[in-house]
Ligand binder design. Structure first.
Ligand code: CTP
Ligand code: K
Ligand code: MG
Length: 181
């Protein structure tokens, strides 16, 4: 695959995993998943991981996967690069995996004494990749290995932190996010 083709496929295939985090920021609030519970003297997850944000994130990811699937053929023909449709299980793996990765990252942040909103370079940018890709490989194995070839995975690992830093900086400037990470 040519480099541009690989980048386009990687971005397209990861969109259902990228959008949940942003949807969660917009929709977040209400009851925290950990119900305020602590482990030792620290919260299990913290107030930044809510049921509403998580549900909104997963729904947004699933909806986007559905929309992209409807347009995949036409977009592919228009740009001359074959972009994949998403099976329901692939969409679920990407969207739910992204939210799960973010939640696990918060768990690790609290265990390591970081307050809500504290940054954890590396983890903040790749938490959702680390869980969404394996979960998708598990739930939609055939689809996953057809789309996520090694070159696509490599592009995802390089592209994701760049996109993450950029979108969070924009969300911060717009006053949607408390911190620019
Ligand atoms: N959010 C949510 N539910 C989630 C993820 C995010 O409600 N599962 C919302 C919260 O309002 C959160 C905001 O999105 O404050 C920003 O998300 P994030 O940066 O992941 O959370 P932080 O507040 O920074 O908390 P943490 O330190 O645990 O990452
Ligand atoms: K996060
Ligand atoms: Mg944060």
């Amino acid at each position: 695959m040519a480099v541009l083709e690989t980048i386009v496929v990687a971005f397209w295939a990861m969109l259902p995993a990228y959008v949940p985090n942003n949807a969660a920021v917009l929709a977040g609030g209400g009851r925290p998943i950990d119900g305020g519970r602590t482990w030792g003297d620290k919260r299990v997850l913290g107030d930044g991981k809510t049921w509403r944000g998580t549900a909104a994130g997963i729904i947004a990811g699933l909806a986007l996967a559905g929309i992209l699937s409807l347009f995949a053929e036409d977009v592919g023909a228009a740009i001359g690069i074959a972009v994949p449709e998403f099976t329901p299980l692939a969409a679920l793996g990407l969207a739910a995996g992204a939210m799960l990765g973010d939640i696990l990252a918060s768990f690790l942040k609290r265990r390591t004494g970081r307050q809500r909103g504290a940054m954890f370079p590396g983890l903040d940018q790749l938490d959702f990749v680390v869980v969404s890709l394996p979960l998708t490989a598990l739930l939609a194995t055939e689809w996953f290995f057809a789309v996520f070839t090694w070159d696509v995975i490599l592009v995802v690992v390089v592209l994701t932190p760049i996109l993450h830093v950029t979108t969070n900086m924009i969300a911060y400037k717009l006053g949607l996010k408390n911190e620019p990470w």
